[in-house]
Design a protein around this ligand. Structure first.
Ligand SMILES: Nc1nc2c(ncn2[C@@H]2O[C@H](COP(=O)(O)OP(=O)(O)O)[C@@H](O)[C@H]2O)c(=O)[nH]1
Ligand SMILES: [Mg+2]
Length: 231
């Protein structure tokens, strides 16, 4: 690990994720992280699986924290808190996010960004179910209006954060945690940047119901934006 003049390398990076019955994807995701970061990044999985996901994760050297499945945000917040490095990257464990872009996320942090958000929608995200794509565009438009700054993808699972920002903010959302992790730092004046990323076909089944999950996310965006504006 080395930090010279705020210059982080992959030894300063933890990649964290919630994992819930992702045995079809986890091997590939962890192998990609290992290859791209030369084995330097640490990995934290908060796992609620009943399949072989946690065994595979441990075999591949990840730290695994077991937890009853309680939703996306409960798992990801736990994983963010457990990260032991100054730069934390979130991802889904479904092989949809491009781990080969980790160097770009880190480069933006080294350039001074506090939060780097992987924007899937600007490149089309053709592999995303149509209903989700429409909903995610709508969430981004609504959030942009509420926050007063144009953002393109509020629900992406792939972002890099400076760890002190994660530690200094109180997080309240579950399914809407991804939106909250973008909106609160934006409203507090942090350097939040979006970079365009590709989004691949999911390996295995989605864990999020588009209707109830979408309603929860919409509620989170409204609540969190209003809280931040009134604070
Ligand atoms: N530990 C844990 N992980 C979860 C839970 N719900 C979702 N996840 C994980 O969170 C990530 C996002 O879920 P995903 O199904 O990909 O949502 P989608 O991208 O909206 O389809 C995946 O890695 C899931 O395995 C949960 O209740 N517990
Ligand atoms: Mg996913």
């Amino acid at each position: 690990m080395s930090e010279i003049d705020g210059h982080y390398d992959f030894g300063d990076v933890a990649v964290v994720m919630g994992t819930y019955n992702e045995e079809k994807a986890i091997g590939t995701v962890l192998d990609d992280i290992e290859r791209v970061t030369d084995g330097e990044a640490s990995v934290v999985c908060v796992d609620g699986s009943s399949d072989r996901t946690p065994e595979i994760a441990r075999e591949k050297g990840a730290q695994v924290i077991e937890q009853e499945p309680q939703g996306y945000g409960v798992a990801v917040e736990r994983a963010l808190r457990a990260a032991d490095r100054p730069v934390v990257v979130t991802t889904d464990c479904d092989d949809t996010y491009p781990m080969e872009r980790l160097p770009t996320f880190l480069a933006e942090i080294n350039d001074g960004a506090d939060v780097v958000s992987g924007d899937r929608l600007s490149r089309g995200a053709e592999t995303m179910p149509r209903f989700n794509r429409f909903g995610n565009h709508a969430f981004a438009v609504v959030a942009s209006l509420l926050v007063g700054e144009r953002v393109h993808d509020t629900t992406t699972g792939m972002r890099a954060y400076r760890k002190p920002i994660i530690d200094s903010i109180e997080w309240t959302e579950n399914t809407g945690l991804s939106a909250e992790l973008l909106i609160r730092p934006l409203c507090r004046g942090y350097d939040v940047r979006e970079i365009e990323i590709d989004y691949a076909e999911r390996a295995g089944e989605t864990k999020l119901d588009p209707i109830s999950g979408g309603a929860e996310i919409a509620g989170s965006i409204l609540r969190v934006s209003l809280e931040e504006r009134l604070a």
